[in-house]
Design a binder for this molecule. Structure first.
Ligand code: SAH
Length: 277
């Protein structure tokens, strides 16, 4: 059985330097899952991923001028969207220099009434003072962090009392069977994840960081279509001759691992809303 390695921050940064543009292509410029009401909902992927951003923003309860932290901002589409729509000042942090570059050149930077800024920083050691932000969100980023407790504590430290944190992430739906663990381990190893936590693990870290849980919403079935779209884009990229061989092999390996994982029901997606005490 494959053995999961614990990724370092530079491994995660390098992964996104390499993968962000492919994922943007699969997911309509966001690097996160789309939300569909049900199987009959034919919303295009770009709108479906923006819809998830809007659901996160809604739960942040933002006032105009709010200072917001985007933890693991990817290439910044959600950062810019929230800054524009809520007239907020949003700071996006990522481990990938390429993502910072891509985020700075996304259309709309500096044009809206709100403001988005991007910087390289590790969420487990945030370069911001205590109580600096009115709210924070993390879309599909905390799962990459080997010390989840430290990351959540760091985010909590930078929030003012009463400030909200919204997380959308991957959780273990139950204790994995040996077959599920094998499928998980392959994806963890290729995509630089430490082992995923359960809902309870996240809740414990949130509470220990001085936050109260406001809501926990299981949105697994609404997000399910996303993985099929990712796999289909990765599969066609793996066959493009102009892409270098090493990357094509990497993508082909990833497709196999993701398909195996998709066949299990081990992943749960949830929106968690918490509030700093
Ligand atoms: N939230 C973005 C991107 C999700 S992809 C979106 O919704 O489009 C995961 C992101 O988390 C990447 O940008 C990666 O660099 C970031 N990330 C992972 N671990 C991190 C850490 N320790 N500190 C800062 N960013 C991190």
């Amino acid at each position: 059985m494959a053995k999961n390695h614990v990724p370092g921050s530079s491994d995660v940064g390098t992964l996104y330097d390499r993968m962000s543009e492919v994922l943007m292509e699969a997911l309509g410029d966001n690097i996160h899952y789309g939300f569909w009401d049900d199987d009959n909902d034919d919303t295009p992927v770009r709108e479906a991923t923006d819809r998830l951003t809007d659901m996160v923003a809604q739960r942040l309860d933002l006032a105009a001028g709010a200072r917001v932290l985007d933890v693991g901002c990817g290439t910044g589409r959600s950062t810019l969207r929230i800054a524009d729509r809520h007239r907020a000042h949003v700071t996006g942090v990522t481990l990938s220099p390429r993502e910072v570059q891509l985020a700075m050149t996304q259309p709309g930077v500096g044009l809206g009434i709100g403001q988005a800024t991007f910087q390289l920083a590790d969420a487990m050691e945030l370069p911001f003072p205590d109580g600096h932000f009115d709210s924070a969100y993390a879309i599909e980023s905390i799962a990459h962090m080997p010390d989840r407790g430290k990351a959540i504590a760091e985010i909590a430290r930078t929030l003012r009392p009463g400030g909200r944190l919204v997380i959308q992430d991957f959780f273990l739906a139950h204790t994995p069977t040996p077959r599920e663990l094998e499928a998980l381990t392959a994806v963890w190893d290729i995509f630089e994840f430490p082992p995923f936590g359960t809902q309870k693990d996240f809740e414990d870290d949130i509470t220990a960081a001085g936050l109260d849980l406001v809501a926990y919403e299981n949105i697994t079935t609404n997000l399910r279509r996303t993985m099929r779209l990712i796999v289909s884009t990765l599969r066609s990229k793996a066959e493009e001759p102009e892409i270098e061989k090493e990357t094509r092999d990497f993508l082909a390996e990833l497709v196999v691992a993701l398909e195996q994982l998709m066949a299990t029901g081990i992943i749960r997606h949830s929106l968690i809303t918490a509030r700093r005490r």
